[in-house]
Design a protein around this ligand. Structure first.
Ligand code: UDP
Ligand code: MG
Length: 144
């Protein structure tokens, strides 16, 4: 006989302030769950300037950075740890492209994104970054 071992991995997902303010949290969570991902933990936070600057540090020299920081501190963010096979790629695939105008039909950003900045959600882009980003929002006890 053969055994089929599925390795589960985790990613950090955010529902960004534009989507939270438009009452889209439930629909975005539904997308994640319907696609087979599991929520390991979830919380809402209002990020401050320092936190956003640190979270998006790789983009600090980009022209959109100050606007991004302002937007991400403007209201509530929902942070979740999602788990499934290839969670990082899986979640990025169902989110769609960064620019909602370029996102595929049926993706979350195509459906709900307002602009390249206000694109309603975030997902880690690698397993290493997922680990760092999860640690940014959640401590060990919250991940048991
Ligand atoms: N962003 C922006 N303008 C751009 C590119 C990105 O405002 O030209 C914002 C957008 O909210 C995006 C975030 O910065 O989600 C991080 O950019 P990244 O390229 O990492 O895209 P993501 O990984 O979120 O798809
Ligand atoms: Mg990114």
């Amino acid at each position: 006989y053969t055994t089929n071992i599925v390795t589960l991995s985790r990613t950090l997902a955010l529902i960004k302030p534009d989507a939270f303010d438009r009452n889209l949290s439930g629909k975005i969570i539904e997308h994640a769950l319907d696609s087979g991902l599991r929520i390991i933990t979830i919380k809402s936070v209002i990020l401050n300037k320092k936190q956003v600057e640190s979270f998006y540090d790789v983009h600090k020299d980009r022209p959109f950075f100050s606007s991004l920081v302002k937007y991400m501190t403007s209201s509530t963010t929902v942070a979740m740890v999602l788990e499934g096979p290839n969670a990082v790629d899986h979640w990025r695939r169902i989110m769609g492209a960064t620019n909602p105008a370029e996102a595929l039909e049926g993706t979350i950003r195509k459906q709900f994104g307002e602009s390249v900045e206000r694109n309603c959600c975030h997902g880690s882009d690698s397993n290493d970054n997922a680990l760092k980003e999860i640690g940014f929002f959640f401590n060990r006890r919250e991940l048991l």
